[in-house]
Design a binder for this molecule. Structure first.
Ligand SMILES: Cc1cc2nc3c(=O)[nH]c(=O)nc-3n(C[C@H](O)[C@H](O)[C@H](O)COP(=O)(O)OP(=O)(O)OC[C@H]3O[C@@H](n4cnc5c(N)ncnc54)[C@H](O)[C@@H]3O)c2cc1C
Length: 427
């Protein structure tokens, strides 16, 4: 057995060594999680002269930032408002989003000379690489005197009159403020854990049930058989919830309605339209898809030569759908045997169906593929201006761990920056 092997074994068996436990390090602000929210909070608190330590169990900071936006980090959205978020309380995010806006983030990015561009729908991406964003955050933290320690496991967390004590693999830490910025459950292979939710529960804070969001949708077996050989084909649609499922004031104020690309995968549906609507789907919810948004396709007078034959319908459908998709849709929509001539009523029914394809998903591809976690620490437990706990003084929850979940398009990072900024002003 080599010395290195024994050392690794000892670290695994005793992650919180007793000799380090005796030496207690004191800091003003301890931040758990070196992601977008944690680092933003750290640099703001550091600038105020607070002694800040950020710890993370991953081997480097901002791993999710690095994989975000296809490696280019869609770091904000020009049109970000509270309407772009799901939450039990649709107003909760308003205060933080107003205190640190997308314009503030753009100003920060520009101060660091990072080149960026608008891709679509107000989504801003780095021109070069997402690494520019982690470099920015690390530079800001260094300038604000923030200490960052990675590869640190977190053990027990206690709260007493003196503040918080946290057992870590790097020793015992004491802090007057504790900021939980450990993110959601998506992509466990790069370090996502439920630590933030466990801590919230430990301190008696309510959790809104979590589920994967911005996640590919899984078809049931029948839909898989009917559609999945068309995997890779895409078209622009409007995706929305089946009308029976929409309850105003639950999670978001407006009925969600996304006009974006929809992609058939080997398991179900993906692409921006599917990811967006997935955040609103719970088991058994009907998904409704308009395959020809804003266009009338199958009207007797609009068909070629005013023919009422299925072949004329197919030609018309190909104007809005990829050829194989159009053929499949028509075959599945027409009853057998296909009549030689379709009646006006039959054509009208097909047109209506084209604008309201009903899918009842079997589920989704889970946290392995999800970009975010919907749900989290209940907003009524937190002060919307500071993100501080209403029950435990100087305990803060920021970023994705909170029950505030953005749409696809840079909104989740904007929430991470804004919530981190607010906690950073007071922690
Ligand atoms: C593939 C992908 C692409 C995305 N692209 C975009 C995008 O382009 N635009 C956008 O707005 N949003 C995007 N998102 C969502 C966005 O990345 C998150 O919403 C955002 O990173 C949340 O920030 P956070 O700081 O709250 O959490 P995270 O960034 O997840 O940071 C949490 C940190 O806590 C650490 N941690 C977790 N558990 C523990 C523990 N037990 N002990 C110690 N440390 C712990 C983690 O290692 C991590 O560093 C994407 C997400 C994914 C998965």
């Amino acid at each position: 057995m080599t010395y290195g092997f024994v050392l690794t074994l000892m670290k695994l068996l005793f992650p919180f060594p007793s000799h380090k436990r005796i030496i207690m390090r004191r800091i003003d602000v301890l931040i758990l999680g070196a992601g977008a929210a944690g680092l933003m909070c750290a640099m703001e608190a550091g600038r105020r002269g607070r002694k800040v330590l950020v710890v993370d169990h991953a081997d480097r900071v901002g791993k999710k930032i690095l994989i975000s936006g296809g490696g280019r980090c869609n770091f904000t959205n020009l049109h970000c408002t509270a309407e772009n978020f799901l939450s039990e309380n649709p107003h909760f995010s308003r205060s933080a989003l107003a205190r640190f806006t997308s314009a503030d983030m753009i100003a920060l990015v520009e101060r660091h000379g990072i080149a960026y561009h608008e891709k679509t729908l107000g989504q801003l991406f780095c021109d070069r690489t997402a690494r520019d964003m982690t470099d920015l955050l690390e530079r800001e933290c260094a300038e604000a005197g923030v200490q960052i320690e990675v590869g640190v496991s977190i053990g027990s967390v206690r709260h007493g009159e003196q503040g918080f004590t946290v057992e870590t693999s790097g020793g015992l830490l004491a802090a007057s403020s504790l900021v939980v910025a450990t993110g959601g459950l998506s992509i466990p292979k790069i370090g996502a854990t439920g630590l933030g939710y466990d801590l919230a529960r430990q301190f008696g804070l309510r959790i809104v049930e979590c589920r994967p969001g911005l996640v590919p949708i899984a078809f049931d077996n029948a839909d898989q058989e009917q559609w999945c050989d068309l995997s890779g084909t895409s078209t622009e649609v409007v995706a929305r919830l089946g009308t029976d499922k929409w309850k105003p004031n639950s999670h978001t104020r407006r009925s969600p309605n996304f006009r974006e690309k929809l992609l058939i995968t080997h398991r179900g549906l993906s692409g921006p339209a599917a990811l967006q609507i997935s955040s609103f789907l719970t088991l058994g919810t009907t998904l409704e898809i308009d395959l020809a948004p804003g266009r009338q396709i199958l009207h007797p007078n609009l068909l070629q030569n005013t023919s009422r034959e299925a072949s004329a319908l197919l030609i018309a459908l190909r104007a809005v759908l990829p050829a194989r998709w159009a053929e499949r849709w028509l075959r599945l929509s027409l009853s057998e045997p296909v009549p030689r001539q379709l009646s006006n009523a039959a054509i009208a029914a097909l047109e209506a169906r084209l604008h309201a394809w009903q899918v009842i998903p079997a589920g989704n591809e889970g946290y392995i593929k999800a970009e975010v976690t919907v749900g989290g620490v209940a907003t009524d437990e937190l002060d919307p201006r500071t993100l501080g706990s209403r029950k435990i003084p100087k305990l803060f929850f920021i970023g994705e761990v909170v029950d505030v979940t953005g749409w696809l398009g840079g909104y989740n990072f904007q929430w991470a920056w804004a919530s981190g900024f607010c906690a950073g002003q007071i922690c």
